[in-house]
Design a protein around this ligand. Structure first.
Ligand SMILES: Cc1cc2nc3c(=O)[nH]c(=O)nc-3n(C[C@H](O)[C@H](O)[C@H](O)COP(=O)(O)OP(=O)(O)OC[C@H]3O[C@@H](n4cnc5c(N)ncnc54)[C@H](O)[C@@H]3O)c2cc1C
Length: 409
C-alpha cells in the first residue's frame, strides 16, 4: 500500500496516524518539533464532549466590552494585532448571531456526540487507557447571576443530548472540600473524563505506532502540492510524493490550504497554563471557573491551571497579566495551592465560526484537511482521525461532513 504523509504531530496528526495504520497504511509524520509540542502540549486535558457551545455565541455582544476593558477578564485582545485580526473578528461577530451560532453548536454537537466512539479503539489499548481518569468535569460559577446568564447555553447543550447535574454551593463543597466557599452554582457533566498526562498519552501512542512502522521526519514542511495520482510534501528543500497528504498543522494550517485551493480564515486563540507541582491531591477532577475562563486539572505531576483567550496572533511574547490572572484566580479558588513552577503559552487553531475543517481539499481529493479544533482538539482527536481514515478508504464517514468543509467560507 502506498505511503501517506501527515503534516503535524499533535493530537489530530497522531490520532489520524493511528486510524490510518489500523487500515493497514504506511504513514510518515512530518513535524520539526517532534510529538505533541504544539497546542497539544499544554491543554487542560479534559475530554469535554459537552462543550458544543463555541466562543462565538450571543453572549459575546453583552460581555465583549466588559471583557476587553477589565483586568479580571480571561478574554483579551492585543490591540496591535487588530489590523490583521479585523477580517477574522468581523466573521467571528457574525458567527455569534443566534442563527449562525446555533448552526455551529449543532455541528460541534454532532462531532462531540461521536467523540467517545472515536477514542474507543485507542483507549482499548491497556497502556493508553491508563492515562484516562474517569472523573466528571465540574464547571463552577461564583455568582448566581452569571449562572443565570449561562442558562440558555445549558438548555442548548441539553437539546443536543448533553447530560449534566446542577449543583448548589453545598453540593460543590461536598464534592471538592478543598475549594474555597466562593462558588454558588455548579454543573457536573456526565461521562466526561480527563487525561492524567496528555503529552504522556501522545508519546506512548507514538512509541506504539513507531514500533508498527510509523516514521517521523523532524522537518518543517514548506509546501504541499497535489498531483493527479497523489500529493507531495516539500520538507527542508526536498519534495517527496505520497498517495495522500493529511494537513494536521493546527493553527498553522491556512498556508497549506491556500496551496491546495482553499482560503480559510484560520487564526489563533492564544491560551496559557501554569503548573502547581505536587498539588494534585487537592481536587479529584477538573474544576472550571466560568467567570475566569480556566480549568484546574489534577495531573500526574501536579495541578495544571489552563485557559484564557487572547486574540493576538503568533508572537511568542507572553502576556504576564494573563499568567498572573491564572495564578491569582486559582489560588483564590483553591487556597491551599502553593507557587506555580512554570507557565506555558499555546496557540489554539480557531476558525471564526468555531467549527473545525474536516474534509478534502478543493484542488484534490488526495489532500485531506483536519485542523481548526479550537478548544476541543484533544476531545475530537479520535473521531477526527477516524474521519480522515474513512475519507482515504472511501468509506462513509460517521456523519455528514458538509458543515466542516473548507469551502464554507
Ligand atoms: C490553554 C489551552 C487549554 C486547552 N484545553 C483543552 C481541553 O481541555 N480539551 C480539549 O479537547 N482541547 C483543549 N485545548 C485545545 C487543544 O489543545 C487543541 O485544539 C489541539 O491541541 C489541537 O491539536 P492539533 O493537533 O490540531 O494542533 P497542534 O497540537 O498545535 O499540532 C500541530 C503540529 O503541527 C506542527 N507544524 C506546524 N507547522 C508545521 C510545518 N510547516 N511543518 C511541519 N509541522 C508543522 C507543529 O509543530 C505542531 O506540533 C486547549 C488549548 C489550550 C491552548
Amino acid at each position: 500500500m502506498p505511503d501517506i504523509a501527515i503534516v503535524g504531530a499533535g493530537f489530530i496528526g497522531l490520532a489520524s496516524a493511528a486510524a490510518l495504520m489500523r487500515d493497514g497504511h504506511r504513514v510518515t509524520l512530518f513535524d520539526p518539533s517532534g510529538v505533541g509540542q504544539g497546542a497539544s502540549f499544554g491543554n487542560a486535558g479534559t475530554f469535554a464532549h459537552y462543550a458544543c457551545i463555541p466562543v462565538n455565541n450571543p453572549s459575546v455582544f453583552r460581555d465583549l466590552p466588559r471583557f476587553l476593558l477589565s483586568n479580571d477578564s480571561p478574554f483579551r485582545l492585543r490591540w496591535r494585532y487588530l489590523p490583521q485580526l479585523a477580517p477574522w473578528l468581523a466573521r467571528f461577530l457574525m458567527s455569534s448571531l443566534p442563527r449562525r451560532y446555533e448552526a455551529s453548536a449543532g455541528a460541534l454537537a454532532a462531532l462531540l456526540g461521536r467523540a467517545q466512539d472515536g477514542y474507543a479503539p485507542l483507549l482499548a489499548n491497556e497502556e493508553l487507557g491508563r492515562f484516562v481518569r474517569p472523573r466528571e468535569c465540574l464547571y463552577l460559577y461564583s455568582n448566581a447571576a452569571s449562572f443565570d446568564a449561562a442558562r440558555p447555553a445549558l438548555d442548548l447543550r441539553r437539546k443536543h443530548g448533553v447530560a449534566f447535574d446542577l449543583l448548589a454551593g453545598d453540593d460543590i463543597r461536598a464534592l471538592e472540600p478543598s475549594l474555597a466557599p466562593i462558588f454558588e452554582r455548579g454543573v457536573l457533566f456526565s461521562d466526561s473524563w480527563h487525561f492524567s498526562n496528555p503529552l504522556g498519552f501522545l508519546e506512548t501512542l507514538y512509541e506504539q505506532l513507531a514500533a508498527q512502522g510509523l516514521k517521523l521526519e523532524r522537518a518543517t514542511v514548506s509546501a504541499v502540492q497535489p498531483y493527479a495520482d497523489g500529493a507531495s510534501v516539500t520538507a527542508d528543500g526536498s519534495e517527496r510524493r505520497f498517495s495522500h497528504v493529511v494537513i494536521a498543522t493546527g493553527a498553522r494550517s491556512a498556508q497549506f490550504a491556500r496551496q491546495c485551493g482553499d482560503t480559510v480564515p484560520l487564526d489563533t486563540e492564544r491560551g496559557y497554563h501554569v503548573r502547581y507541582p505536587g498539588a494534585q491531591q487537592l481536587i479529584s477532577r477538573p474544576v472550571g471557573w466560568a467567570e475566569r475562563g480556566f480549568y484546574m486539572t489534577p495531573m500526574s505531576d501536579g495541578i495544571r491551571v489552563a485557559g484564557t483567550v487572547e486574540l493576538g496572533g503568533f508572537s511568542d511574547t507572553r502576556n504576564r497579566s494573563l499568567i498572573d490572572l491564572l495564578t491569582f484566580s486559582s489560588k483564590r479558588a483553591l487556597p491551599a495551592l502553593g507557587t506555580p513552577d512554570n507557565d506555558w503559552l499555546g496557540f489554539r487553531p480557531t476558525l471564526p465560526d468555531g467549527v473545525p475543517v474536516l474534509g478534502r481539499s478543493r484542488a484534490s481529493e488526495r489532500v485531506i484537511y483536519a485542523f481548526g479544533h479550537q478548544h476541543l482538539g484533544l476531545t475530537l482527536a479520535g473521531v477526527s482521525g477516524r474521519i480522515v481514515a474513512d475519507l482515504i478508504a472511501r468509506r462513509a464517514p460517521p456523519l455528514d461532513l458538509a458543515p466542516y468543509a473548507a469551502t464554507r467560507f
